[in-house]
Write a protein that binds this ligand. Structure first.
Ligand SMILES: [Zn+2]
Length: 279
């Protein structure tokens, strides 16, 4: 691809991600509250003034309004611009890694963004993210397998791509993710005498397995534990949480971070680990 076209498509991927994330902000806010995601149109939660289209441009509008409602000047959470920026960056990264197949990854990235932020807020993962991810992963693998079987169509690097797997890898990944975290959840509830982990996390790792395969499940589990521990220790140091005191830390966002690291650096991570083990 020549560099001019690559630049234009990169801008498009980032813009697309920011626009979709702007809609995901609405989903993150409204879905747990059982509100419709289409009506009423976007409005200021404080003064209910409708937001005009030019006040609703991802990233730019928040900056132009300096994070305040144009009508009542009530502050608008910086999370809106953060989610839009995150969406743009992740869509761009997926485009660089997967080229023309990036839109298939964008779907799962969008579901992970919604799931992570709802989990942060409410410690729950919606079924359309977790079960939706499992159905999406298994369906994708079957469609690509059928295409490869009956047509000349091939996914580039079918075997070492970190997002597309064959049906065996998909079902195997689903079973491994579901089984491993299901076991952790069962052992945890035995040890603590209470629910140590939500069923949503178990479903989420199942979905990651269905989309990315069994190796991704193992790598995601290791990485998410590292990310989760770093944040957990930071929270204890900032004395927001006390040692030995049971705090509910959502695990979903860390599983998603692990999955993203896999989707963008999977083979590199595995190669680095193998080099570490071999003298
Ligand atoms: Zn307002």
């Amino acid at each position: 691809m020549d560099s001019g076209l690559l630049l234009i498509l990169s801008f498009f991927a980032f813009g697309m991600g920011a626009c979709i994330a702007s809609f995901l902000n609405v989903v993150i806010w409204r879905v747990p509250r059982d509100e419709s995601i289409v009506s009423p149109p976007s409005h200021c939660p404080t003064c209910k003034a409708p937001i005009k289209w030019y006040q609703n441009i991802p990233i730019l509008s928040w900056l132009a309004l300096r994070g305040k409602c144009a009508t009542c000047k009530a502050p608008i959470s910086p999370r809106y611009i953060l989610v839009e920026f995150l969406g743009g960056l992740l869509f761009l990264a997926a485009f660089w890694r997967y080229g023309w197949f990036a839109p298939l990854a964008w779907v799962w990235i969008s579901l992970m963004i919604v799931g992570s932020f709802i989990d942060f807020d409410l410690q729950l993962l919606p079924d359309f993210v977790t079960i939706g991810g499992m159905v999406y992963g298994v369906s994708l693998s079957i469609v690509f397998w059928l295409l490869a079987e009956f047509t000349a169509f091939r996914i580039p690097n079918f075997t070492d791509a970190c997002f597309f797997v064959d049906p065996c890898g998909s079902i195997g990944g689903l079973a491994l993710g579901f089984g491993l975290l299901g076991l952790v959840r069962w052992l945890g509830s035995k040890a603590f005498g209470r629910e140590a982990m939500g069923l949503g996390d178990v479903f989420l790792l199942g979905a990651i397995g269905a989309l990315c395969g069994p190796v991704a499940v193992l790598v995601t589990l290791v990485l998410s534990s590292v990310f989760g521990s770093v944040v957990g220790v930071a929270l204890i140091l900032m004395s927001k949480a006390k040692l030995g005191h049971f705090v509910a830390i959502p695990f979903g966002p860390y599983l998603c971070m692990g999955c993203l690291a896999w989707m963008f650096y999977g083979p590199e991570l595995v190669a680095w680990y193998v080099r570490l083990l071999t003298p």
